[in-house]
Design a protein around this ligand. Structure first.
Ligand SMILES: Cc1cc2nc3c(=O)[nH]c(=O)nc-3n(C[C@H](O)[C@H](O)[C@H](O)COP(=O)(O)OP(=O)(O)OC[C@H]3O[C@@H](n4cnc5c(N)ncnc54)[C@H](O)[C@@H]3O)c2cc1C
Length: 386
C-alpha cells in the first residue's frame, strides 16, 4: 500500500493554500484594478511592483541567506499563478526575477550570489535574462554576442533581443560566445551585466499583441568591459546553465498560463450566470455547461502537471527536463484554448475591451512562444522521454 507521502503529492500543503489565499487577496486589491489600464496604455505595472515588494512577493525564490523568502518551487508557482490570474504583465515581475537570477543561484560563486541576490531580495533591483538575439531564437546556440578576455576583464559586444524588463532591470544574465569553435559544446559563457555598465543601452519597447505592460526591448552591448569575476560559473558552462535554468523556469511560464486561464474561466463562469437570452441565463444551456466543463477539465489537468513538475524542480529529479517542457507546453496550449472559449462565452461583449477576457486571450498567446516555442518544447520532450 502507498504511504501517506504519495498522496500528499496530490494535495498542496496548508502553507501553500494559505499563501494562495493571501496572494489572491493582494492581487485582487492592488493589482487587478490597474490591469486594464496597464494593458491599454502599455505601461509598466508600477503599482504591482510596489505591492509585490511591500509584501515580499517580487522574488520569493531567493534563499533566506541572501535575505529572500526562500520559497520552494511550488510556492513560486502559486505566486505567479495568482498574479497572472488578474494581470499577466504583472506576473512577469516575479517570473522574470527568477529567470534572470536562477543562473547565479545554480552556478554562480558565493560572492556573486551575495552581491546580486541581496538587492534582488530587498526589492532594490530587478533581474533579466538575455539569451535570445535577432537571428538566434529557437536556435539560441547560434548567438553572435561575443565576450573576449582582456586581462582580468571580459569585453562584451552584441545585441540581445526580446529581453523582458530590459531598461527596468538593474541586472542581466547575458550569454555570450567565448569560444566560437566550441559554441554550445563549451564555447558559451554566462555573465552578470549591470544596467549602469558603460556601453549598455536599450532599444525602443516592442509593440506587442499581449503582456503590453511588460517592457520587451533590445539590449545593446557596445564594448562593455566587466571584471572576470562577473562570469557565472566556469568559462564555457554558460549554455548548459542557460538550459538548466529553463528546465526550472518553464514551470513558471506554465504557472502564468494557469493563472491567465483561471482568470478567464472565473470571469466567464460569472458572466453566463447573469447574461439572459431566451428568457434564461445562458449558463442554463447544456451547450454552455459543456464548454465550461471542458475548460475546467483542461485547467485541472494542466495544474496537476505543473505542480508535479514543480515538485521535480524542487527535488532536481532526473526527469525534470521532460516535465518542465511538458508543463509549459500543455498549460500554455490549454490557456490559449480556455481564454478563446471565454471570449466565445461572452459573445460580442467578449470581443470588446470593456471586458477582461479579450486581454486574457491576447496575453495567453505569449505563453506558447517564450522560453522556447511549443514546437521547441516538443523537441525537448521527444529527446527526454521519461
Ligand atoms: C514578449 C517576449 C518576451 C521575451 N522575453 C525573453 C527574455 O526575457 N529573454 C530571452 O532571452 N528571450 C526572450 N524572448 C524570446 C523568445 O524566447 C523567442 O522569441 C523564442 O524562443 C522564439 O524565437 P524566435 O522568436 O526567434 O522564433 P524562431 O526561432 O525564428 O521560430 C519561428 C518559428 O519556427 C519554429 N521553429 C524553429 N525551429 C524549429 C524546429 N527545429 N522545429 C520545428 N519548428 C521550429 C518556431 O516554433 C516558430 O514557430 C521573448 C520573446 C517575446 C516575444
Amino acid at each position: 500500500m502507498a504511504g501517506a507521502g504519495d498522496f500528499d503529492l496530490y494535495r498542496p500543503a496548508e502553507e501553500h493554500e494559505m499563501l494562495r489565499a493571501s496572494v489572491r487577496a493582494l492581487a485582487e486589491a492592488k493589482i487587478a484594478p490597474h490591469a486594464a489600464d496597464v494593458d491599454e496604455s502599455a505601461r509598466f505595472p508600477q503599482e504591482a511592483l510596489d505591492a509585490l515588494v511591500a509584501n515580499d512577493l517580487h522574488a520569493v525564490h531567493v534563499p533566506e541567506e541572501f535575505g529572500g523568502a526562500g520559497a520552494d518551487a511550488l510556492a513560486t508557482v502559486i505566486v505567479v499563478e495568482e498574479v497572472a490570474r488578474v494581470c499577466a504583465s504583472s506576473s512577469l515581475i516575479p517570473a522574470v526575477n527568477k529567470l534572470g537570477s536562477l543562473p547565479v543561484m545554480l552556478a554562480g560563486s558565493k560572492e556573486l550570489q551575495a552581491r546580486y541576490l541581496t538587492p534582488l531580495a530587498k526589492g532594490d533591483a530587478l533581474f533579466s535574462y538575455a539569451l535570445s538575439e535577432p537571428d538566434a531564437g529557437s536556435d539560441a546556440g547560434g548567438m553572435k554576442t561575443r565576450a573576449v578576455r582582456d586581462g582580468d576583464h571580459y569585453v562584451l559586444n552584441g545585441v540581445k533581443r526580446w529581453i523582458t524588463n530590459a531598461g527596468t532591470s538593474e541586472y542581466y544574465t547575458v550569454m555570450a560566445v567565448t569560444d566560437p569553435e566550441k559554441r554550445t559544446r563549451g564555447g558559451i559563457s554566462a555573465f552578470v551585466v549591470e544596467k549602469s555598465d558603460e556601453g549598455v543601452s536599450f532599444g525602443a519597447p516592442e509593440r506587442k499583441l499581449g503582456i503590453k505592460g511588460s517592457p520587451t526591448r533590445e539590449v545593446y552591448l557596445d564594448n562593455v568591459r566587466i571584471p572576470a569575476s562577473r562570469m557565472i560559473g566556469a568559462e564555457g558552462t554558460g549554455f548548459a546553465t542557460a538550459m538548466r535554468t529553463l528546465d526550472h523556469t518553464r514551470i513558471t511560464i506554465a504557472a502564468q498560463a494557469l493563472g491567465i486561464a483561471q482568470g478567464a474561466l472565473d470571469y466567464a463562469q460569472g458572466y453566463v450566470r447573469e447574461r439572459k437570452q431566451f428568457g434564461r441565463p445562458v449558463g442554463d444551456f447544456q451547450g454552455i455547461q459543456f464548454m465550461l466543463a471542458d475548460m475546467a477539465m483542461k485547467l485541472a489537468a494542466a495544474r496537476q502537471l505543473t505542480y508535479a513538475a514543480a515538485a521535480r524542480s524542487e527535488r532536481e529529479d532526473d526527469d525534470l527536463t521532460f516535465y518542465g517542457a511538458a508543463a509549459k507546453c500543455y498549460a500554455s496550449d490549454a490557456a490559449m484554448e480556455i481564454t478563446t472559449d471565454a471570449v466565445q462565452l461572452l459573445g460580442g461583449y467578449g470581443f470588446t475591451r470593456d471586458y477582461p477576457v479579450e486581454r486574457m486571450m491576447r496575453d495567453a498567446k505569449i505563453t506558447q512562444i517564450y522560453e522556447g516555442t511549443n514546437q521547441v518544447q516538443r523537441i525537448v520532450m521527444a529527446r527526454n522521454l521519461p
